[in-house]
Design a binder for this molecule. Structure first.
Ligand code: PMP
Length: 364
């Protein structure tokens, strides 16, 4: 549409065109303030209203209970992998990590630096991270401070379909790559965190939703910027926040509410993902997605071509020429990957599928 490419990047990723146009319309003189949001003080009246509305809209959109804080933080999901440990556990404590792919590997490694025991309570490593071990098999540590999952593995394309029941323990979820893609039952989690640069807004912001009884007990040596209580008490403005990203993310929250909320998003995402998975599965083995069907991601669809690497190269080069951007698989796994976040229109997926069929017909 309008000369824009279909951008399948895993993040930073495509944004809704109407949000981009709104940003453009308001850019130079934000609603008569005489300046752009890029330039205004985060403590001024206009920006304070933007920030407050973004939080209120996110609370409405997700249905965040009052006993949860919403934090708008810098440093992305990678920083929160560390700050979660500082806020929820002491140096002599244990936490459990469910390892289902590259990002939960990173979370566990980060935890191992800060915790006495960063226990890998379950892993699908032997299945090449193509599935999720059943919760009944998780080997949880007695007295562990939290259980960490990655709700959607961006590289492997593996997604939790239900919130795992971890008894009375504190569940911590990295939702970076499926944030706001479907309804979230916040009450089942202690902490939900993620970067916004995939499913929400431009890069530079992480959103942390944390139950309020879990904060306020940081270690004495915790850097102030990691302290969720300090951030909550300062409305995420203990220091200068990532103002513009917060603003654009707020526009996306308002749009999602207007478009019918997270149930509607989920329906759309299921439809889009089905179009792509059906094309892969009905290609007679030409295209292959290795993920256990029960756990296939609605957001990130990795696939290979059975014909091998040379054919893959040709596929990716032709796809790029046809206007399908960033389909190359992650450098660690190769192949192709289509990230089809909320803002990817169904037409984009349909266009990709017709290209795939055509490519197969020409190169069978
Ligand atoms: N977790 C997941 C699931 C991700 O996909 C990513 C980014 N690719 C990260 C964490 C790291 O996020 P950030 O770059 O915001 O630190």
């Amino acid at each position: 549409p309008g000369g824009r490419l279909y951008n399948f990047s895993a993040g930073p990723a495509t944004l809704p065109i109407d949000v981009l146009e709104e940003v453009q319309r308001d850019l130079v003189d934000y609603k008569g303030s005489g300046m752009s949001v890029l330039e205004m003080s985060h403590r001024g009246k206009d920006y304070m209203a933007i920030a407050a509305k973004a939080e209120a809209d996110l609370r409405t959109l997700v249905g965040i209970p009052d006993n949860y804080k919403v934090l708008f933080l810098q440093g992305g999901a990678s920083t929160m992998m560390a700050s979660n440990c500082h806020n929820l556990a002491g140096a002599t404590d244990s936490a459990d990590f469910v390892v289902t792919g590259a990002w939960s590997v990173k979370a566990q490694k980060e935890g191992a630096k800060m915790l006495a025991n960063a226990n890998i309570c379950a892993t699908s490593k032997d299945q090449k991270f193509t599935t999720i071990p059943d919760v009944s098999t998780w080997n949880l540590t007695e007295g562990s401070k939290f259980v960490h999952i990655c709700s959607n593995e961006t590289i492997g394309g593996v997604e939790f379909k239900e919130v795992p029941d971890v008894g009375g323990r504190t569940l911590v979820a990295d939702m970076s790559s499926n944030y706001l893609s479907k309804p979230i039952d916040v009450s089942k989690y202690g902490v939900i965190y993620g970067g916004v640069q995939k499913n929400i807004g431009p890069a530079g912001l992480g959103i942390c939703i944390v139950r309020d009884d879990l904060i306020g007990n940081v270690r004495p040596d915790t850097p102030s910027m990691f302290d969720y209580k300090l951030m909550a008490d300062n409305d995420s403005m203990y220091n200068t926040p990532s103002c513009f990203t917060w603003y654009v993310s707020g526009l996306v929250f308002a749009k999602l509410i207007k478009d019918g909320g997270l149930e509607a998003m989920e329906q759309r995402n299921i439809e889009k993902a089905n179009v792509l998975y059906n094309a892969i599965d009905s290609s007679g083995g030409y295209y292959v997605n290795p993920v256990d069907k029960k756990y296939r991601s609605l957001m990130n669809v990795p696939f290979t071509l059975a014909g091998g690497e040379e054919l893959e190269k040709k596929f990716l080069a032709e796809a790029k020429e046809e206007g399908f951007e960033a389909l190359k698989g992650h450098r660690s796994v190769g192949g192709a990957r289509a990230s089809i976040y909320n803002a990817m229109p169904k037409e984009g997926v349909e266009a990709l599928v017709s290209f795939m069929k055509d490519f197969q017909a020409r190169n069978a």
